[in-house]
Design a protein around this ligand. Structure first.
Ligand SMILES: Cc1ncc(COP(=O)(O)O)c(C=O)c1O
Length: 378
């Protein structure tokens, strides 16, 4: 049966990338791979809207989250973590694992953080060395206003802004340099359209100054070592060569489409998805500040979303993501991220309607598809 992967990572992979990975292996310290790395570097700079280098590790996104902690801080440093979902909690957990003093802003899941609260926390306590936030919190489908937060942290010499943009890069135009974001990380299995296994990190000059004094333990995720190697188009250790070959292809696709168009496509798909689920009488989980990477929808009344997701997977080979942790059974998440186009949205919504119908939920077939089509035709 044909399978439809509509989760916020891993995401579908275009054939250009699949074919690149099927080619015979090449040596990661040979001239051919150096050329690939040189091209990939340029593509990443474009994607991150930066003149600085974007370094990568062979790891999932969490590897770069860890690198973002252990390279810039010192033991006992105080940090402020925005905690509005599973990935905000991950920032907290990593910081705690490294012995940092963690202050948090607990944001109701489904809501975005109020940047003014960050401002007042930083005014009250200038010893805070870093603010950690998600650009988009994939577990709740929320977008935080990182551009505004950066206006607060940008002028502060003593505080870094560290952004998890794992489902933000390639979905939004994130102006890493212009907005003065200090550390931005992402992962390969999202809008970059390749399999899991690479993570990326971009570092401001201010953050490099913090790196000089950082005394936290690090080995594999030591950015200074990667910088030294990657500045010469090499890697400190053996990278996932096939993934890098695939990345070269998807970065070319992004360039060809143009970042503005990529961003616009994500916005259109997200808007159509939101309109469609609402036309079916379902409620958005994050109506005020929804992410364009993934739409979180409250479970239909009286139904555990796990049942809906299981039915979609087993009967229609459509994979949506469920809720995590305290949201398990309470929401489902439809991704429109990466290698996604309008007919992915139509498939998602048509499948959702059929599954709800099968499960006896009162819906009008094609009401959601129609709402999506109307948005997509605009
Ligand atoms: C916002 C966000 N941050 C971090 C991660 C962690 O990435 P990984 O699972 O690749 O380690 C994810 C992955 O789903 C994510 O969506």
């Amino acid at each position: 049966m044909k399978r439809y992967l509509l989760t916020p990572g891993p995401t579908p992979i275009p054939s250009e990338a699949l074919l690149a990975m099927a080619k015979p292996a090449i040596y990661h310290r040979g001239p051919e791979f150096k050329e690939v790395l040189a091209e990939v570097k340029e593509g990443l700079k474009y994607l991150f809207q930066t003149d600085r280098e974007v370094y990568f590790f062979t790891s999932s996104g969490t590897g770069s989250m860890e690198a973002a902690v252990c390279n810039f801080l010192c033991s006992g440093d105080k940090v402020l973590v925005v905690q509005g979902g599973k990935f905000g909690e991950r920032w907290r957990d990593i910081c705690m694992a490294y012995g940092l003093q963690v202050d948090s802003i607990d944001v109701e899941w489904g809501k975005a953080v109020d940047p003014e609260e960050i401002k007042s926390r930083l005014e009250d306590d200038p010893s805070i060395k870093a603010v950690f936030v998600q650009f988009t919190e994939s577990s709740t489908g929320v977008k935080h206003d990182v551009e505004r937060i950066a206006q607060i942290t940008g002028p502060l010499d003593q505080t870094l802004l560290i952004v998890d943009a794992v489902t933000g890069i390639g979905v939004y135009k994130i102006e890493t340099d212009a907005w003065k974001l200090d550390v931005v990380i992402t992962g390969s299995q999202k809008a970059l359209m390749i399999p899991p296994g690479l993570s990326f990190i971009c570092v401001s000059d201010k953050a490099w100054r913090f790196a000089e004094r950082s005394n936290l333990p690090k080995y594999y995720f030591d950015l200074r070592k990667e910088k030294k190697a990657q500045d010469k188009n090499e890697n400190a250790y053996t990278p996932a060569v096939p993934l890098v070959m695939a990345l070269r292809e998807t970065l070319r696709l992004i360039r060809t489409e143009g970042l503005d168009q990529v961003v616009e496509r994500h916005a259109r798909l997200a808007e159509a998805t939101r309109a469609a689920v609402q036309a079916l009488g379902l409620e958005l989980f994050a109506p005020e500040s929804p992410s364009n990477a993934v739409t979180a929808v409250k479970s239909p009344k009286g139904m555990d979303s796990s049942r809906l997701i299981k039915h979609l997977r087993e009967k229609y080979s459509i994979t949506f993501a469920g809720g995590q942790d305290r949201l398990k059974g309470k929401i489902f998440r439809i991704a429109h991220l990466g290698f996604a186009d309008r007919f992915d949205v139509i498939t998602a919504i048509a499948g959702l309607e059929m599954a709800l119908y099968d499960l006896g939920y009162p819906i009008q077939l094609s009401a959601g598809v129609r709402a999506a089509q109307e948005r997509l035709l605009k």
